[in-house]
Design a protein around this ligand. Structure first.
Ligand code: UDP
Length: 327
């Protein structure tokens, strides 16, 4: 089998590539390395040479020719994080919407067997239903959430109009080895692990009682594969652990001092996936507990040695637009 993974040099993408290799897939990675790292692929290739890396931008590069003979397309190339999406909405539209349409077109014209899209649980905004099912109301709080949701609509539309077999996965707070270690202020794990390495206090937002459905990255990689192998098309699935953990619990597991920083507008107090649909249709279940996942991260903490070190002050500065526009 031949799979193409956009964003395959990134955090989740590199874990998916690793999983596909274990399934003896031939893999083509398309990544512009804007946030991904070539080193992520070096780490997982080992002595196998069935991974081909193409440095290209899905939104502008000549990518269609790489889709020849491809069975599955996994589309993970995207820009993440809230603050830069508020500051550079055009860039986000280009990467997340135009990029998705171009990958869809390449997949359609090459008659791939399945197209899997990476959607975001951020589409639920501040949900009134917990656990949150796929049918919950869409509440878009920022341009990142908007662009990922528009991308999902394109994907479902390509499924409907062109009969391209598609599945959209709405991921909940993915964490694990190789999570973001460079660039903008973003997901809590990269921030906290760099702080721990430098013996600085964890910057806990609000009172730390807010909770997230933290989902371990190798479980997520299995969900992509299950979605590709399944007969499902035109479906949306939540991918979450189905459990929710507070930031205070995370701090307890990581161990260290903390400082409290102001609560941000548009952030939910709780995120919790209703995963009954994916269990039923794909027979997928999360396998790694939060405690196991955090322990593995701590074993691999050196990866974040070069990661930016965020402090109370630098976070206040970088999130100014967040409070300004979403407040
Ligand atoms: N968070 C935190 N300190 C930080 C960054 C994030 O306490 O420096 C919290 C944040 O308020 C949220 C949780 O960690 O409750 C997850 O944040 P992340 O940005 O990773 O994901 P999202 O809020 O988009 O679910």
């Amino acid at each position: 089998m031949k799979s193409l993974v956009t964003g395959g040099a990134g955090f989740i993408g590199s874990h998916l590539v690793e999983y596909l290799i274990s399934k003896d897939h031939e893999v083509i990675v398309i990544d512009n390395l804007s946030t991904g790292r070539a080193q992520n692929l070096d780490l997982i290739r080992g002595n196998k040479n069935n991974v081909r890396f193409v440095r290209a931008d899905v939104a502008s590069g000549d990518i269609a020719r790489y889709f020849e003979g491809v069975d599955y397309v996994f589309h993970l190339a995207a820009l993440a994080d809230v603050v830069p999406s508020i500051q550079n909405p055009l860039e986000y539209h280009r990467a997340n919407v135009d990029g998705t349409v171009r990958v869809l077109e390449a997949a359609r014209t090459h008659h791939v067997k399945k197209f899997i899209y990476t959607a975001s649980s951020s589409c639920y905004g501040l949900p009134s239903l917990l656990p949150t099912p796929e049918t919950a109301e869409i509440r878009l709080e920022h341009p990142y959430a908007l662009t990922k949701h528009i991308g999902e609509q394109y994907v479902l539309h390509w499924g409907k109009i062109y009969h391209l077999p598609v599945v959209s996965l709405r991921l909940f707070n993915v964490y694990g080895p190789r999570s973001a270690s460079a660039g903008s202020y973003g997901a809590v794990f990269g921030v906290f692990l760099a702080q721990k390495l430098h013996n600085k206090p964890f910057t806990v937002v609000g009172d730390g009682t807010q909770t997230r459905d933290f989902t371990y990255v190798t479980d997520v990689a299995r969900a992509y594969y299950a979605a590709a192998e399944s007969g499902c098309s035109g479906e949306i699935f939540n991918v979450g652990s189905g459990k929710t953990y507070s930031i205070n619990r995370l701090v307890e597991l990581l161990g260290g001092d903390k400082v409290y920083i102001p609560k941000r507008p548009g952030e939910p107090d709780c995120s919790l996936a209703d995963i009954s649909k994916i269990i039923k249709y794909l027979n997928w279940r999360p396998a790694v507990t939060f405690e196991q996942g955090v322990a593995t991260l701590l074993e691999n903490i050196d990866y974040w040695r070069e990661a930016p070190l965020w402090t109370e002050d630098s976070i206040a500065e970088i999130t100014r637009d967040w409070f300004r526009y979403l407040g």
